[in-house]
Write a protein that binds this ligand. Structure first.
Ligand SMILES: CCCCCCCCCCCCCCCCCCCC(=O)SCCNC(=O)CCNC(=O)[C@H](O)C(C)(C)COP(=O)(O)OP(=O)(O)OC[C@H]1O[C@@H](n2cnc3c(N)ncnc32)[C@H](O)[C@@H]1OP(=O)(O)O
Ligand SMILES: Nc1ncnc2c1ncn2[C@@H]1O[C@H](COP(=O)(O)OP(=O)(O)OP(=O)(O)O)[C@@H](O)[C@H]1O
Ligand SMILES: O=C(O)CCC(=O)C(=O)O
Ligand SMILES: [Fe+2]
Ligand SMILES: [Mg+2]
Length: 277
């Protein structure tokens, strides 16, 4: 906990700020140094050696840049996070450093009332209840597969995607999280994104372009959307249109871990509910 709190700012993005991956020692036949019997050529670039992920899961993340773990966070914990979010929206608590963001279409409308206008809260590291998410053993167990054991929470958010008012402002353009991160190395950063309810294309699920974590960080800018774009919702202009988009349908408690270079976004929320992650 103290180690986690030592971070700059927190999110469900977790990273490793320590050493780069140790370079493999290559044995030279005449040098006298011998190769350990267990030496294997480096097969994996995006995951670390431990016994948590199956070979199949590891290969999936290496190839696609994300991994969904079903039913990872308990419904009881999710209910507690939901209650705390509602308390924050009612202004019963105001943790230091917290940023409350409203949808650009709703902030300028008559509907700008209470939690129905809050699109997300960011940087909730000082809220003890919400920060419990970053300390859940089941989350950290998987995070460690990507970051190694010295884990630091860097940025936190609870997203409450509102019903779209017809201007498509509830969408989140396709982007790479690394665009927002001034720290590296990228392969030792991972995002954990937990569904707080059933999420599919109707309420604006996460959309990913598999394999794009192998590419570079691309230029980002505001999309040219007529109905308006939320502040800081930058998107990639020139992504590969042939790259298959995969819509991640998730149940409450399911968690997707993804690489900060993976191109992802989310569609509009066509329901009347507030889609929470
Ligand atoms: C902070 C990063 C945001 C990332 C967003 C995208 C997330 C992608 C996920 C990827 C991972 C992200 C990880 C990020 C971590 C690193 C971040 C590094 C970048 C920074 O640190 S940037 C610095 C911090 N950034 C901000 O604080 C964002 C800007 N925030 C604000 O401007 C305000 O706090 C905010 C949220 C707009 C609310 O202001 P507030 O004064 O409380 O609100 P008002 O109602 O008084 O409105 C003032 C004014 O703003 C207009 N407004 C309100 N909401 C929006 C909106 N959603 N979009 C556009 N415009 C908005 C409102 O209409 C008012 O305008 P007027 O013209 O009427 O004055
Ligand atoms: N052709 C496109 N050009 C640019 N961005 C796109 C395009 N298609 C989708 N996106 C981006 O990907 C996100 C997810 O797309 P998706 O198609 O799921 O959402 P949607 O268009 O809002 O809903 P739906 O397609 O289900 O009607 C969108 O919010 C948008 O940011
Ligand atoms: O949940 C969403 O709508 C998008 C979230 C996102 O981009 C992120 O968590 O990095
Ligand atoms: Fe993102
Ligand atoms: Mg679409």
């Amino acid at each position: 906990m103290d180690q986690l709190r030592a971070g700059v700012r927190l999110r469900i993005v977790l990273g490793h700020l320590g050493h780069p991956l140790a370079a493999a020692i290559v044995a030279h036949p005449t040098s006298g140094t011998s190769s350990p019997a267990s030496f294997q050529p480096q097969q994996f670039q995006y995951t670390l050696d431990n016994n948590v992920l199956s070979l199949e899961q590891r290969k999936f993340y290496e190839e696609n840049g994300y991994l969904v773990i079903k039913n990872l966070v308990s419904h009881a914990d999710i209910q507690r996070f939901r209650s705390e979010f509602e308390r924050i929206c009612r202004k019963e608590v105001r943790p230091p450093g917290l940023m409350v963001m409203k949808d650009v279409a709703i902030v300028k409308s008559e509907q700008n009332l209470s939690e129905k206008s809050v699109t997300k809260i960011q940087d909730f590291q000082e809220d003890e209840e919400l920060f419990r998410y970053c300390t859940l053993p089941e989350i950290l167990k998987y995070v460690e597969c990507f970051t190694g054991p010295n884990i630091m929470a860097m940025h936190t958010m609870l997203i409450n995607k509102p019903p779209d008012v017809g201007k498509k402002t509830s969408r989140h353009p396709l982007h790479q999280d690394l665009h927002y991160f001034p720290f590296r190395p990228s392969n030792l950063i991972v995002c954990a994104w937990t569904a707080m309810e059933h999420i599919d294309r109707n309420n604006g699920c996460l959309v990913v372009l598999p394999g794009t974590h192998k590419g570079p960080l691309k230029p980002h800018d505001y999309p040219q959307w007529e109905g308006g774009v939320n502040i800081m919702y930058h998107g990639i202009q020139d992504y590969e249109k042939n790259n298959a988009r995969v819509h991640l349908v998730m149940e409450k408690g399911d968690t997707v871990f993804f690489h900060p270079l993976l191109i992802h976004g989310s569609g509009r929320n066509r329901t009347q509910g507030f889609r929470k992650v």
